[in-house]
Design a protein around this ligand. Sequence first.
Ligand SMILES: C[S@@+](CC[C@H](N)C(=O)[O-])C[C@H]1O[C@@H](n2cnc3c(N)ncnc32)[C@H](O)[C@@H]1O
Length: 238
Amino acid sequence: MVRGRSLAPKSGPAPGAAPASSPHRGRFDLAEFIAANLPLRPVPSVPEIVIHAAGPASGLWRLARRRDDADPPYWAYPWAGGAALARYFFDRPETVRGRCVLDIGAGSGVVAIAAAKCGAEKVAAADTDENALVALSLNAAANNVAIETIAGDLTKGAPPAIDLIAVGDLFYERDLAERVTAFLDRCLTAGLEILVGDVGRAYLPRPRLRLLAEYPVRDFGDGANAARKPAGVFAFEA
Ligand SMILES: C[S@@+](CC[C@H](N)C(=O)[O-])C[C@H]1O[C@@H](n2cnc3c(N)ncnc32)[C@H](O)[C@@H]1O
């Protein structure tokens, strides 16, 4: 993606396309489902961005019934860590302005969209869930920004040729957190800057993080009237 180069595997799906291996092809169209059932809503704490977010009437369970191995639809909600990181970009646009940014574990794309709206030269968003990339492409279009989507697990590969890696709420499982931390270590050695947004999930590598800012945000699963929780934006350091 950087300097005219793309990070995406040549065989990757087109943004917004249904994954080739998915039974969502044919009569069922995920993009249509999202547009019809997940209304565009401003992201709590980041009202500059709207995303297709699930509500009680969205019927997300209909997706789970279509595929036994479906990933949980994390892309249907904004997460606290991502919201904090997106807020940070709007408050300090110089963090991303003119830079090439990768949002890893992008979900709905809140972090990537914030980077793009705050003047990043190029933004890529990676997720292992191809459904997330369908939602993310719709969300990018709704916010009038261009984002390159990358399907797959970049933590297994070499550091990408970018300036900044943004990690929103990706430390919620032990194995995943260990893989992400090892990848970020390689990226740090390669000279990349790494920012993490997190609300204090169980496997957050705290000794490696320096707090830059804190925001009160609504977390996934909290009701509209729930108290906001402090979520941090951290620099990942050696
Ligand atoms: C908790 S959600 C956070 C989404 C978004 N960053 C936010 O803050 O709103 C985690 C996302 O990471 C994705 N994910 C999990 N493991 C991954 C991996 N190894 N590489 C890329 N994405 C991954 C999931 O599919 C999910 O969309």
